[in-house]
Design a protein around this ligand. Structure first.
Ligand code: IDP
Length: 143
């Protein structure tokens, strides 16, 4: 299986719950490596640009308001099958449908405030990593 990268965001609700460490710990315990990491408070323009594919959806305004309501952490995870592995750790978009033990089951209450984002394909991952990180901000492991 190929080593790949994926873009992960710990959303404002999970940051507000002081769950950054616990969520990053789940990625690490699953064998994913953090190769870039930053904390930022998204501007409206940044959130709208990131979620541009959803701009015609009825929930777009609420999504942007939520994503700009507090700080987030944005990280690049690297590992075998990283896109799917991260999606499996996250659980379903609606926490009510998320399997027990997933991040969304444990840290989210509603579909609009669902704790984490994860790229849904290798193509999205490449675009999303590039959206938040310059090449020189990625720190591949050397040991
Ligand atoms: P994903 O985050 O599991 O990939 P997407 O369908 O890509 O799910 O939606 C992006 C985000 O938009 C979701 O994580 C959630 O925060 C929000 N969202 C998706 N569907 C709804 C909805 O029906 N109502 C409110 N918010 C939604």
């Amino acid at each position: 299986m190929a080593v790949e990268r994926t873009l992960s965001i710990i959303k404002p609700d999970a940051v507000a719950k002081n769950a950054i460490g616990e969520i990053l710990g789940r990625f690490e315990k699953a064998g994913l490596k953090v190769v870039a990491l930053k904390m930022l408070h998204l501007s409206r323009e940044q959130a709208e640009g990131f979620y541009a594919e959803h701009k015609e959806r009825p929930f777009f305004g609420d999504l942007v308001a939520f994503m700009t309501s507090g700080p987030v952490t944005v990280q690049v995870l690297e590992g075998e099958d990283a896109v799917k592995k991260n999606r499996d750790l996250m659980g379903a978009t609606n926490p009510k449908d998320a399997e027990a033990g997933t991040i969304r089951a444990d840290f989210a209450e509603t579909i609009d405030e669902n704790a984490v984002h994860g790229s849904d394909s290798a193509e999205s991952a490449a675009r999303e990593v590039d959206y938040f990180f310059a090449d020189e901000e990625l720190c591949p492991r050397t040991r």
